[in-house]
Every structure is written in C-alpha cells, then in structure tokens.
Design a protein around this ligand. Structure first.
Ligand code: C2O
Ligand code: CU
Length: 504
C-alpha cells in the first residue's frame, strides 16, 4: 500500500526531495505542443472540451455501497448475477452520460462474503465488446480469474466459481480484463468492490466505512470523454474524483469517535496521497487483509492505482468538518498535462469527541508467516520507449523490453514453490506492479544503491515503483495455469506493460 521504502509513521517523508518532474527524457524536453500528437493507442483523439468540475453536484450525504444480494439459500454459498451493460444516467445538467456499469450501479455492487464461502457469479455481457471479470487480488483458480484469453463475447454469459480459503479475509475488487479494452471498460464505469470477512475479525465491533475511490472524465455535453494523448501516456485521470460514485460527499463520523475505513483506489491512474488533518490514523490492513500489528501515527497514506488499505480513524479532539484530501503526488508525468492540484475527495463531519478517550487497539491482529527461502527467482524490468512506427509518435510501455503478447508466456513457475521476484523500474515514471493469483510479501526496495527492508510484513497484490526503484517481493502461486502481471495504470497495461507466467 504505502511506500514501504520510507520509515513507518511518516510514509511520505522522502517525497519532499523528489524533483517535481522527475527525469524527463531528452525527447520530451522542449517538444511543447507536439506532445499532443503523441499517443500510445491509435484511437486516441484530440482534446475535447471537458465539463467544469462544478458541473457535478457535490456535498450530498455519503451513500453506502449498494450490496449485491445473495440469491442462494445454501449456507456458505454466495450466488448472484453481474450484468455489464450500458446505462444512461443524468450526472450533469448539460446532458446524459452513457456509462458501462455492473447491474447499472456506479461503482458496481459490493460483494460481501466470508472466508470459506463458495462464490458463484453468473456474468452476463451486454456490452458491445468482449469482456471478462477479473477478481483482483483474490486467490482464485486461473480459469476463473477473468484472463484476457477467456473473453466472454457480447451477448454471452459465463459462470465464475471459486472458494475463498481461510486467511483470505481482506479488501478486494473486481473489474474487466479483456485484451486491449480493460482501460476503456474501467473508465466507462466497470469496477466493483469485494470484501472477504473473517469470523474472528478483531475490529468486528468498530463501525465500518467503505470508501471506493474512482474517477470519471466527462466532456462538456455529459458524454464520457475520449482519452487524449496525455491520458494514453500518463494514464487517464478524470476531472471528477468520486467516492462511492459521488463528488465530495459528506460523511457524518460515528459518535463513538472511531471508525474502520476500507479505502479502495479504483482509479485507472490517479494516485491518492491521502490526508485527514487532526484525525488520528492507524494503518491496520493492506490489499490482502490485516497486518500483524497496527502501524500508528500515519500522517499520509499513499494509495497507488488498484491499492487498498484498512485504517482505524480516531476523531480529532475538536468537533468540526475536515476534508479528506488527495494531495499532489509527483509521479513523473510526461507530456503537457496540466500541473496537478490537491483534490478534496470527501468532507468528514466530526461531532464533539466522546467523554472516554479511544481504547487501545489490539497489539496483535493476526500472524503472517514469512514465506521462507525462495526456490526460484524472476526479474521484471519496466521500461518505456518512444516509437515512430507508421510516422506516428507513440509511447511503448514494456516488460523486459517487450510489449505484451497474449500468445507468449514470459515465465514458468511451479505451483507451491516460493519465488523471489525482483521488479526494476527503468522508466521515468511511477508504475504500480500487480500480479494475479496470489498476494505477495515485499521484502525490500532499492534506490540509488541503498537497500531498505520492508518496515513490516503485509499481504499485498500491488506495489508501487518509483522511477529508478527496484522492489523485491516473495510469492507463491497455488494454482496451475497462466497468470498475468502488469502495471496497474490501465493505459500502460493496454500499451504493452504486461506479461504472463505459466504456473505448472
Ligand atoms: Cu486489477 Cu490484472 O488487474
Ligand atoms: Cu505504468
């Protein structure tokens, strides 16, 4: 989740020293407006007039995530249907927005199950494109994981079935993963949340708040704006930053003075450098569930695209309204993207603090066993390359110098074997690394020759890499079959920054 290279308690201390525009490559210097002509995908359009941010009403009470109803009466089985289809909603006054959504809900409905449950989801594809559902972060068999090879044609349906093992409690999500169309399907609205609960959750008595962060980029007529050259290069960031599908909603904080927040970064490319001044934040969970011990005293929380966190929030000592802000995070954007501004995601209304100070959190949340000595190693190098193919400027995003090829297996792994993966970012911008099929443990990171061990053990399926950074992780795949790994800036994934490992 956060930047594991910096000391605990101050997750972003190193950022102050980063140059604002990290290491622009020579070709990018002085190109000025020619950068508009650059594109990683041939379909990138020129800029269209965007709706002003004020076009989307703000300040409504925060809604709860809509839940997907379980239609099974068998204990331990969750059965439901998810239908992906266009849906037209009146979001801004200028005109209707045709979204693509699961069950007409933005974000898609919340799936809530317990460890040990069997999940049976019928996926109905009523989109004009092939699609899949990828169960991001969940330990599901390869053929149930919505790989691009297993596309569901327009008008077709399929069942996804998997059983969630003990220890899998955590905060996950689901989204499409069809070849070459993932970014578009997600930015049109297809993504939903997924929680696996444990029966012995140490925070079961703490009021829980679910905050699914995503964004939308709308043209001034209300339509979904096409991606422009900057979107294709840097990853698309919509002008509307949403929480549970709302712009700047208001959260009335629990009168007990304490809540557990689960936060999803379901944005295609926006990094969330979160702060909530005055409140006391304690990190208790990452992508794959609870930590071993609480990590107190967070001042900021950096969530890269696709990352999730669980945070215990204790109210400030004074009543009042505090903004949850996503501050500027310099991730090495190129092109002529406008400078980022801090964004208010949410307003939090705190009541007068309760008479009793908050009780101490449990010192131990659960055990996370070290995966142990690796029996095999893999090395993944992220890089970028300018291309002039066909006389068109475009940016290629590469894994081990190659663009993704669905017909090519990049690696072979053995099920049940612990592996050390070294991931190297030789490019000029940050990239969040993700692998399917299993959670991993970050062991250390390296920058400018300085090795920093991970400050604590955690289960993750996303780790961010800054430009020039190397991160080492340990993982073990349990199921046989192909697995994807890629940058989770979805435009980069689409532009080739993805590979496959065959687990045998
Ligand atoms: Cu969240 Cu391969 O994806
Ligand atoms: Cu990337």
């Amino acid at each position: 989740m956060t930047n594991h290279t910096t000391p605990r308690r101050t997750f972003l201390t190193a950022l102050g020293s980063l140059p604002l525009l990290a290491l622009r490559p020579a070709w990018a210097q002085g190109m000025g407006h020619d950068m508009h002509a650059m594109s990683a995908a041939p379909k990138a359009a020129g800029p269209v007039a965007l709706a002003p941010v004020s076009a989307l009403p703000a300040g409504a009470p925060l809604v709860s995530l809509q839940k997907l109803a379980n239609t099974s009466s068998t204990p331990g089985t969750f059965r439901a249907t998810l239908t992906a289809a266009p849906v037209t909603l009146p979001l801004i006054a200028a005109g209707p927005t045709e979204l693509w959504a699961y069950n007409a809900s933005l974000p898609g409905p919340l799936i809530e199950v317990f460890e040990g449950d069997t999940v049976e989801i019928t996926f109905v594809n009523n989109l004009p494109q092939p699609s899949t559902i990828h169960w991001h972060g969940l330990p599901v068999p390869s053929e149930q994981d919505g790989n691009p090879q297993d596309a569901v044609a327009p008008g077709a349906r399929r069942a996804y079935t998997f059983t969630l093992p003990p220890g899998s409690a955590g905060t996950y999500w689901y989204h499409p993963h069809p070849h070459g169309m993932t970014a578009e399907q997600v930015y049109r609205g297809l993504a939903g949340t997924f929680i696996v609960r444990a029966k012995d959750d140490p925070f079961a008595a703490v009021p829980e708040r679910l905050l699914a962060c995503s964004d939308l980029k709308l043209a001034d007529d209300g339509s979904i704006a096409p991606s422009d050259a900057n979107d294709e290069m840097d990853g698309r960031e919509g002008q509307f930053a949403l929480v549970n599908g709302q712009r700047q909603p208001v959260l009335r904080f629990d009168a007990s003075g304490r809540e557990r927040w689960r936060i999803w970064n379901a944005n295609s490319a926006r990094y969330l450098r979160l702060s909530l001044p005055g409140a006391t934040l304690t990190l208790v969970g990452t992508d794959g569930g609870l930590l071993e011990q609480p990590v107190p005293g967070l001042t900021e929380l950096l969530l890269a695209p696709a990352q999730r966190a669980e945070v215990i929030v204790d109210a400030p000592t004074k009543a009042g309204r505090v903004a949850l802000v996503a501050g500027v995070y310099a991730r090495g954007k190129m092109g002529d993207a406008r400078p980022d501004q801090p964004i208010t995601l949410l307003q939090v209304d705190f009541a007068a603090p309760p008479a009793q100070p908050p009780t101490a959190l449990p010192a131990k949340l659960r055990a996370i066993a070290d995966l142990g000595a690796p029996q095999a190693t893999k090395r993944v190098v992220f890089s970028e390359k300018m291309s002039m193919a066909g006389g068109v400027h475009s940016m290629k995003f590469l894994v081990n110098r190659k663009q993704f090829d669905m017909a090519r297996m990049d690696f072979t792994s053995r099920a049940g074997e612990v592996e050390l993966w070294e991931i190297v970012n030789e490019s000029d911008m940050d990239h969040p690394f993700h692998i399917h099929g299993t959670q991993f443990q970050v062991t250390e990171s390296e920058m400018d020759g300085k090795v920093t061990p991970a400050p604590y053990r955690a289960w993750r399926d996303i780790v961010n890499l800054k430009s020039g950074e190397t991160v080492r992780i340990k993982l073990m795949q349990r199921f046989k079959g192909p697995r994807m790994f890629h940058c989770h800036i979805l435009e980069h994934e689409n532009a080739g920054m993805m590979g496959q490992v065959m687990v045998i």
